[in-house]
Write a new protein. Structure first.
Length: 240
């Protein structure tokens, strides 16, 4: 297994305020705040900064040596290349949610195409999300709220399917989503119940109106009958 010399003392530098804007962009939603969409970073320095963050996040360090993490696709070889889930050719970005570590073999297979969730090693992805969660907690302790970062745990532009969330997401994030789902379900139940009540009231009103109308019609009919009978008796009397 190869070791790589860290080209920066990233363990110290990345927590300096001058990196905070880069972190905010890097962790942001790729659709709301795209970071170098469809293109490479403008300078070598920015590219190296991004690589440095990714190495710090996912690689193991031993002194000033970096030991690459496993490839996020095959889970076997060393992940030493930056892979884009949505390829740059298709408008992919350098936001964290769109990046993976891949080996040379998997990178050749992918070519210019997008990376599909079904082809990714689930253990590697789960480890990746856990490390992101731990880093965010560590990072936010160093800065005020206006510099805090968060992550949406999307796979590129794809929201993780519910059946995979328990397997892949950190426990705190999964529980948060479960609570949100329960609140939404309760809200829908209340909404449906209120809708049922209002529709029942409308039906009751319609029935009441029909009953009133029919009773009005019957009383009118009775009145007409009485009038005819009285008229007939008067005529009969007149004929006498």
């Amino acid at each position: 297994m190869s070791n790589f010399k860290c080209f920066k003392d990233c363990q110290k530098n990345l927590f300096k305020p001058r990196f905070s804007d880069l972190f905010i962009m890097f962790f942001s939603d790729m659709e709301k705040m795209p970071f170098f969409k469809g293109t490479r970073p403008e300078t070598t320095k920015t590219h190296n900064d991004i690589k440095c963050i990714l190495q710090y996040l996912f690689w193991n360090t031993k002194g000033r040596n970096c030991i690459p993490c496993p490839c996020d696709i095959c889970g076997k070889n060393q992940g030493i290349l930056l892979g884009h889930i949505k390829s740059r050719d298709n408008g992919g970005t350098y936001n964290l949610q769109n990046l993976l570590w891949t080996c040379e073999s998997c990178e050749k297979k992918i070519g210019p195409h997008d990376i599909q969730l079904k082809n990714v090693n689930k253990n590697s992805l789960s480890t990746k999300y856990k490390k992101i969660s731990d880093f965010i907690e560590q990072y936010n302790r160093h800065f005020k709220k206006d510099k805090h970062i968060s992550f949406n745990y999307n796979f590129g532009t794809t929201v993780l399917p519910v059946n995979l969330q328990k397997e892949l997401l950190p426990t705190t994030e999964f529980k948060k989503r479960e609570n949100e789902r329960k609140i939404l379900e309760n809200f829908k139940q209340i909404e449906n119940r209120d809708h049922f009540k209002s529709s029942s009231k409308k039906k009751t009103k319609k029935k009441t109106k029909k009953r009133n109308k029919s009773s009005l019609w019957s009383s009118t009919s009775n009145h007409e009958k009485n009038f005819k009978q009285n008229s007939s008796s008067v005529l009969d009397n007149w004929d006498d």
